[in-house]
Design a binder for this molecule. Structure first.
Ligand code: SAH
Length: 453
């Protein structure tokens, strides 16, 4: 029987879906974070459950061949990266296995069907969006950081290797302003203070920078000085937005935005089309890999001029609009009003006249489209991590498109939904994992399903 604080020697044999190492001790699966498959370790047991336990690496007895030394001072403490301690080829191998395991075990697919993962050429500096909670460090200086794993304790950082280089100078200006004027960071526990999050976005192709300050209060003190400092210090600055989030919630942004400078949005280019992006709209965080993802989705969709395409969970319309030229008509559905407004403007901006965008819940909107008699030839779904609503899957099947392209950011819910689709007569033809989130445990997958005839 394992006991808390006992130390055992063990070898890491696999990873969990979240990227923790797994070793077997006395028949227990013991989960150990920030280690590598192939590591021989001395493991201290921290917590024992019925058939599994949690442990901590006390000492590396023999390092795995895939180990590298981490290049970040807060790796392991910060909840951002899962893998700064293994080679990138080992990370993509883990992701390939994660998708294959989910799709074969939960989805019932033949593992041979899953094609090789599309890895990233640039595993660093790829994120074009950052949202950092604000805090004071041990010496009382205002800083931002990320939450520690599974906690809301902020780990202050000076730099983050996943972020675009354009963000560090903006952060510096905001901290200097906040420290000069004694702006009080928001405290989640007491729901006091002002400055909640610093939220930045960058159009890598257009070099347009957005600064968004998430504040608990509507009237930010010394707001004018902040805008002046940002405008004079950042040549790429396009807009400054104040987002107000007065609620006791862990949702980062509130519903209300005020432009302090510029138009309240930036534009970027994806697959040759221009897109405007507002603070409340979703936009893919890894532009280079998103283009590869969309190219695969487009190949899978194999659209024809006389066809109708349905783009469910469309965000600012990016997937559908990059394919609109290939079809007769495009309908996009999305729940966030600001994203739909962006999608409509994006169609206009790109001279696309065959697109319609509907704001609403995906399952409800698709039922309404079905009642309208819309018969799409191809349906693309790109839901959030929780996957598709069952009603949506039923309704897609009723509409009877010949192809369904599923873009997923969670292999487990993808596998569950693939099984639901298969019960409705759709079978998976192709599946390709794409690494949109290097150094984290997340992985995207594109699946083509077609109707069994
Ligand atoms: N396809 C887009 C966005 C994908 S992210 C792109 O590639 O950029 C998932 C999107 O689903 C988000 O924009 C989110 O706001 C939206 N969403 C979440 N729940 C939804 C629901 N119930 N109905 C419709 N859209 C939803």
């Amino acid at each position: 029987m394992l006991r808390k604080n006992d130390i055992y020697e063990a070898e890491i044999i696999d990873y969990t879906a979240e990227g923790s190492g797994i070793c077997k001790i006395d028949g227990f699966a013991v989960f150990v974070p920030s280690v590598a498959v192939g590591d021989k370790l001395r493991v201290r047991i921290l917590k024992v459950a019925k058939s599994y336990a949690f442990g901590k690496a006390e000492e590396i007895v023999e390092a795995s061949p895939s180990r590298i030394s981490s290049d970040c001072p807060v790796f392991g403490k910060c909840g951002g990266c899962t893998f700064r301690h293994i080679r990138y080829d080992a990370e993509v191998a883990f992701k390939q296995k994660r998708v294959t395991d989910a799709l074969s075990r939960i989805g019932g697919l033949d593992p041979g069907l899953i094609e090789p993962i599309v890895g990233a050429d640039m595993p660093s500096c790829y994120r074009n969006k950052v949202q950092m909670p604000v805090t004071k460090d041990s010496s009382g200086i205002i800083k931002a950081g990320f939450f520690a794993p599974r906690s809301h304790r902020i780990i202050p950082l000076d730099d983050c290797m996943l972020q675009c280089k354009a963000f560090a100078p903006a952060m510096e200006i905001i901290f200097a302003w906040a420290n000069t004027y004694g702006i009080v960071p928001y405290d989640e526990a007491t729901h006091t203070g002002v400055l909640r999050h610093i939220y930045l976005r960058y159009g890598e192709k257009t070099h347009e920078l957005m600064v968004c300050i998430v504040s608990k209060v509507r009237q930010l003190r010394h707001e004018k000085q902040l805008v002046e400092a940002l405008v004079s210090g950042l040549p790429e600055l396009k807009t400054v937005v104040l987002n107000i989030n007065p609620d006791k919630t862990n949702v980062i942004v509130g519903k209300e935005c005020h432009n302090l400078y510029g138009e309240g949005y930036i534009t970027d280019e994806l697959c040759g089309k221009r897109f405007r992006i507002s603070p409340l709209s979703f936009y893919q965080v890894n532009r280079t890999q998103a283009e590869r993802l969309y190219k695969i989705a487009s190949d899978f969709a194999a659209l024809k001029r006389n066809e109708t395409l349905l783009d469910m969970y469309c965000g600012t319309g990016t997937i559908g609009l990059t394919m609109a030229d290939q079809v007769k008509s495009l309908i996009g559905v999305e729940i966030i009003p600001q994203a739909i407004e962006d999608a409509r403007k994006n169609a206009l901006m790109n001279g696309i006249t065959n697109a319609e965008f509907i704001c609403g819940d995906a399952a409800e909107a698709i039922s309404a489209l079905n009642k309208r008699g819309i018969l799409p030839d191809c349906v693309i779904v790109d839901p959030p991590r929780k996957g598709c609503d069952g009603v949506l899957i039923d309704t897609v099947a009723l509409m009877d498109p010949t192809r369904v392209v599923y873009v997923s950011c969670d292999p487990a819910t993808l596998a569950r939904d693939v099984k639901l689709f298969s019960a409705k007569g759709y079978s998976v033809q192709r599946a390709v994992p794409v690494d949109l989130f290097p150094r984290t445990c997340h992985v995207e997958t594109v699946v083509l399903m077609s109707h069994n005839i």
